[in-house]
Design a protein around this ligand. Structure first.
Ligand SMILES: NC(=O)c1ccc[n+]([C@@H]2O[C@H](COP(=O)([O-])OP(=O)(O)OC[C@H]3O[C@@H](n4cnc5c(N)ncnc54)[C@H](O)[C@@H]3O)[C@@H](O)[C@H]2O)c1
Ligand SMILES: O=C(O)[C@H](O)CO
Length: 386
């Protein structure tokens, strides 16, 4: 028989058994669960990605709710195991939930939580950092310097792109895409072109107002345009950042053909999900177009990179750290814990999952509600009046 996975237990006599498949940043989330009569078990196994079998063994015979991670495959097997153990609540510690089969969760009556509202700016800041790093070739220059290759200033040394006055393209102008667009427009006076299935009126108003402000101060105003197709963005933008959800409509959204439509010296940023780009086609494109640059936080088959990517000087690669600021990660842990706790306690669903500040204030008790449950309608869960 397989040995049981190692866990750390808090409040062993708690009435409700909650499992967290990973240790998460901060301690507030632990206190919130323990104070509400939960026995909390945190898996402390060294392996990074737990298998479905590992998680089934963690769930055991009695489990009220699980806090899980985006690296786990939450489908039929796990939701049926959780339901058999009496569980009704699961929360991803992430805003994206493409690792979760929501239909399977619905079938077993399990609420599925996610953590929007707390990682928007942090993630957008990483996309902006990758954009700058790619435009100004910071990683290549750092390697050159550390390699002892710098022997004096030269007119051609690491010449990159000026962002001011260029066009930033955003594909998926939701929470994070809009925050990134605002940063690039306001910070670097870039013009904006975006493509989304929905109009982003707030973003459009922001860029219009900023353009008027610049004009009133004697500067060139910034402009915006909502593209009617994604290809328009690919053709016109100098820097393109991808921020859609991953689903079957966005799988390989950027493929060989679409890469071919982009400017030869364009910059492509991906802080959404790896499979939004056909990564093998991207490697070919990078090889054939040395002035084309990418900044990637996510990969098609994480944790692996497609052959050749690691050798490309025109690629900057970081290990899925876009939401990795202390405040955000602690907030994600809190929201995930409160999703599970709220469902166990039969609390209603918070009316606006983007306005989660009341849950994050360390000096007050969080509202009696689940911050964000993605299948609340399907399960017919009541909405909070707070
Ligand atoms: N790298 C990271 O660490 C990290 C951090 C946070 C979020 N994410 C990813 O970013 C995604 C977006 O997060 P968000 O909070 O901004 O979500 P969101 O729902 O606010 O925004 C997603 C946007 O994509 C748009 N969209 C959907 N399909 C599209 C398509 N085919 N073409 C163009 N636009 C399309 C939607 O209309 C929506 O406006 C998450 O689902 C997650 O996968 C990654
Ligand atoms: O979807 C998410 O939240 C990220 O990928 C992790 O922060």
């Amino acid at each position: 028989m397989a040995r049981p996975l190692q866990v750390e237990v808090y409040n062993p006599n708690g009435k409700y058994r909650v499992v967290s498949t990973k240790s998460m940043p901060g301690t507030r989330w632990i206190k919130l669960l323990v104070d509400q009569d939960c026995r909390l078990e945190i898996c402390t196994e060294k392996k990074t990605i737990l298998s479905v079998e590992d998680i089934i063994s963690l769930i055991g015979n009695k489990c009220d709710g699980v806090i899980g991670q985006l690296t786990e495959d939450w489908g039929e097997k796990l939701f049926s195991a959780l339901s058999r153990a009496g569980g009704t609540a699961f929360s991803n510690m992430a805003v994206g939930y493409n690792n979760v089969d929501v239909d399977a969760a619905n079938k077993y009556g399990v609420a599925v939580g996610n953590t929007p509202g707390v990682l928007t700016e942090t993630t957008a800041e990483l996309a902006a950092s990758l954009s700058l790093a790619a435009a100004r070739r910071i990683v290549e220059a750092d390697e050159f310097m550390r390699g002892g290759l710098y022997d004096g200033w030269l007119p051609h040394l690491f010449v990159g792109n000026l962002l001011k006055g260029q066009t930033v393209g955003v594909i998926g102008a939701g929470r994070i895409g809009s925050a990134y667009a605002r940063m690039m427009v306001e910070g670097f006076k870039m013009n904006l072109i975006y493509f989304d299935l929905y109009q982003s009126t707030r973003l459009e108003k922001f860029v219009t107002a900023y353009g008027q402000f610049l004009k009133a101060n004697g500067e060139q105003p910034v402009k915006w345009r909502r593209a009617s197709s994604m290809d328009e963005v690919l053709r016109e933008a100098d820097v393109i950042s991808l921020h859609p959800v991953l689903d079957k409509t966005t799988y390989h959204l950027v493929n060989k053909e679409r890469l071919g439509k982009m400017k030869k010296e364009a910059i492509l940023i991906n802080c959404s999900r790896g499979p939004v780009i056909d990564e093998a086609a991207l490697v070919d494109h990078l090889r054939q177009n040395p002035m084309f640059r990418v900044g990637l936080d996510v990969f098609e088959e994480e944790p692996y990179m497609k052959p050749g990517l690691a050798e490309m000087k025109n690629a900057i690669v970081v290990p899925h750290i876009a939401s990795a600021s202390k405040w955000t990660r602690e907030g994600m842990a809190t929201l995930a814990a409160l999703n599970v706790l709220g469902k166990i306690k039969n609390y209603p669903i918070w009316a606006d999952p983007n306005r989660v500040d009341p849950f994050l204030n360390e000096n007050s008790t969080p509202p009696p509600a689940c911050p964000s449950i993605v299948n609340s309608k399907a399960l017919g869960l009541p909405v909070s009046k707070l």
